[in-house]
Design a protein around this ligand. Structure first.
Ligand code: URA
Length: 251
C-alpha cells in the first residue's frame, strides 16, 4: 500500500515524521532512483526507497520482544511489594515512556534462564494457553546419583498435588562437583506450565535441587548471553513465535 514517505521513514525508525519530512524536502530520499519531493508516496513492498543512497533499515516490529537471561535472585514480576529486584530492573532502558513490558510466564526467584519479555498481549496469551503445549527445556543439578527408575518416573509423569504431570523428556547430561558433593545435571523438557513444576517433579521422586536453569522456551535459547544480559529477538525467532498467534483459537 502506498504511503507518504515521511510515514514510512518514521516507521523504520529513521527519524520522527517531522524530521523525515525535512529529509524528503532536502532531496535525500529517493524512490526507485528518483529523488522524491515532499508529499510523494511509495509502497515499501514494491518500491526501492533509499536515504542518502542507502536502503532503509527493515521494518520495526510494532511490539518489543526481548530475550533475557534471567539470573537467579530476581523476581519475575513487574513490581514486588517486598522490594526485591525484578526482571524489569534488567531492561529498564527498553521500556518506552508510558509504555509497558512484561514477562511471558514465570521463573522462580532462584531459577535462571530464558525469559521472554514483551508488550504483545496477544502473543503472551497464545504462548501461555495451556492447550498450546509450548516446549520448555530445563537443566537442573540435583544432589547425588539419579537412578534409572527415577528418570523413568519423571519421564512417565509424577503425581503432584494438582494432578499427574504429562510425560516429559528426561536425560542425564553430566556429573558435576567433587566426589564428596557430587551432583547430577539432568535435562527435562516439559510442555505444561504449572507453578514450580520442575522443582516439584524432582522433589516427588526424592531429588534435591541444587540449581535450576531454563535453557529453552518455545525454541528461544540462551546462546551468546550471560546472566543478566538480554537481546532483541532475531527476525527468524520472531517469525517463528508469531506463528502461535496465527494458529486458530484453542478451547
Ligand atoms: N519449574 C520450576 O520449578 N521453577 C521454575 O522457575 C520454572 C519451572
Amino acid at each position: 500500500m502506498a504511503e507518504r514517505l515521511q510515514k514510512i521513514l518514521a516507521a523504520r525508525g529513521v527519524a520522527s515524521r517531522r524530521a523525515a519530512e525535512e529529509l524528503v524536502a532536502a532531496g535525500r530520499v529517493s524512490v526507485n532512483g528518483v529523488p522524491a519531493r515532499l508529499g510523494d508516496k511509495a509502497d515499501p513492498a514494491c518500491d526501492a526507497i533509499t536515504l542518502d543512497g542507502r536502503p532503509l533499515p527493515p521494518e520495526q516490529p510494532a511490539h518489543t520482544y526481548l530475550l533475557l537471561y534471567k539470573p537467579s535472585g530476581y523476581i519475575t514480576s513487574v513490581s514486588d511489594p517486598k522490594g526485591r529486584r525484578t526482571v524489569l530492573d534488567l531492561v529498564r532502558g527498553e521500556i518506552p515512556p508510558g509504555g509497558r513490558l512484561y514477562p511471558v510466564g514465570r521463573l522462580d526467584y532462584a531459577t535462571s534462564g530464558v525469559l521472554l519479555l514483551t508488550d504483545d498481549g496477544e502473543l503472551t496469551n497464545a504462548l501461555l494457553h495451556p492447550g498450546r503445549e509450548i516446549n520448555k527445556t530445563y537443566e537442573s543439578a540435583v544432589i547425588g546419583e539419579v537412578t534409572a527408575a527415577k528418570l523413568q518416573k519423571l519421564a512417565a509423569g509424577v503425581d503432584l498435588a494438582d494432578g499427574r504431570t504429562a510425560p516429559a523428556k528426561v536425560r542425564k547430561i553430566r556429573r558435576e562437583g567433587p566426589k564428596s558433593a557430587a551432583k547430577t545435571v539432568l535435562e527435562l523438557t516439559i510442555h505444561e506450565g504449572r507453578n514450580r513444576q520442575v522443582r516439584r517433579m524432582l522433589a516427588a521422586v526424592g531429588l534435591e535441587v541444587f540449581w535450576l536453569k531454563r535453557t529453552s522456551f518455545a525454541g528461544l535459547k540462551l546462546a551468546g548471553l550471560k546472566p543478566g544480559e538480554y537481546r532483541r529477538l532475531t527476525a527468524a525467532e520472531l517469525a517463528s513465535l508469531l506463528q502461535y498467534k496465527a494458529v486458530k483459537e484453542l478451547k
